[in-house]
Write a protein that binds this ligand. Structure first.
Ligand code: FE2
Ligand code: FE2
Length: 315
């Protein structure tokens, strides 16, 4: 790679900035500031890792699904998450980092994934709650990302969002079915919602005044909304759904604010959040150990594929 002389770089920078200004897309071959490239890699990698690690808590229930129908739904959902991970790793590779490097950064703890997947799944109601609340939060986060400034990321989001809305609906439908069932089933749902509500709200990241990267990411059009803005949307979207289901959201401060035309709500436990993202959540060690084992178990497949490709190149 040759380094462009100073004047050229300022021209390239002006083109980049004008593209961002127009809310247009930056494409893989376009010039971009190094810090932009790094920020997009970090965000897309973290997103890809979340999709892949997110397969574990629900995959845990595939062999114990209560019916063939539920098993088919759950299998399809978990497979979708694998697909999301793959689109996102591919989007990330357009920025000059390989999927192998990304996987290694995940299993060495150098890159993160969503804190939500470090919580255990303790009952089948959790499959429903994850679909309803966790995929619901993912939708709030990802719909605005369809307009993110990096082209391959935004385009992958469009397809992912369609699948996420199926995920959210299957979760809601499972919970609605259980709520029409026995007292024991209703208790299972409420207990599950009590455990997942706050971690789901934490998925939007720390409060805006404690989120050092937000301003730059918004200026570059990578992020389109702040964490607190998205969290508010999630609460406003979920409250009527909880009412329709007949479950209580475990927040005594939750109430409608007529003036703001929005709900007021309590603050998640940010100390717990920090603890979980720094590796001390209930399942961090287990999730990474499982991912590392799967990577090692798959080594022979990668080696065989490389040998096959090399032989094809020789022929
Ligand atoms: Fe997903
Ligand atoms: Fe999903």
């Amino acid at each position: 790679m040759t380094l462009a002389p100073e004047a050229d770089e300022s021209e390239l920078r002006a083109v980049f900035e004008a593209t961002i200004e127009r809310h247009d897309r930056i494409e893989p071959r376009d010039w971009m500031p190094e810090a932009y490239r790094k920020t997009v890699i970090r965000q897309v990698a973290q997103h890809a890792h979340s999709e892949i690690i997110g397969m574990q808590p629900e995959g845990n229930w595939i062999t114990r699904a209560p019916s063939l129908r539920r098993k088919a739904i759950l299998l399809a959902k978990v497979q979708d998450e694998a697909g999301h991970g793959l689109y996102l790793y591919s989007a990330c590779e357009t920025l000059g980092v390989s999927r192998l490097e990304l996987t290694e950064m995940l299993i060495n703890g150098k890159q993160k994934y969503s804190s939500i997947f470090n919580y255990p799944t303790l009952s089948y109601a959790d499959v429903g709650t994850i679909g309803w609340l966790v995929d619901g939060a993912a939708i709030c986060n990802q719909v605005p990302l369809c307009r993110t400034s990096y082209g391959p990321y935004g385009r992958s989001m469009i397809r992912i969002c369609k699948e996420e809305s199926f995920h959210q609906r299957q979760g809601y439908e499972l919970l609605a079915t259980m709520m029409r069932g026995t007292d024991e089933q209703r208790e299972m749902v409420q207990e599950s919602v009590n455990r997942f509500w706050w971690p789901a709200l934490m998925m939007f990241g720390p409060p805006d005044d404690d989120s050092p990267n937000t301003a730059q990411s918004m200026a570059w059009g990578i992020k389109r909304n702040t964490n607190d803005d998205l969290r508010q949307r999630m609460v406003d979207m979920t409250v009527p759904q909880a009412k329709a289901l007949g479950v209580t959201l475990p927040d005594p401060e939750l109430r409608w604010n007529e003036e703001r035309q929005s709900h007021d709500f309590g603050s998640p436990d940010w100390d717990e959040f920090k603890d979980v993202i720094t590796g001390n959540g209930p399942c961090n060690t287990q999730r990474i150990a499982h991912r590392r084992r799967a990577h090692e178990d798959g080594a022979w497949v990668r080696e065989a594929a490389m040998a096959f490709a090399a032989r094809g190149a020789e022929a």
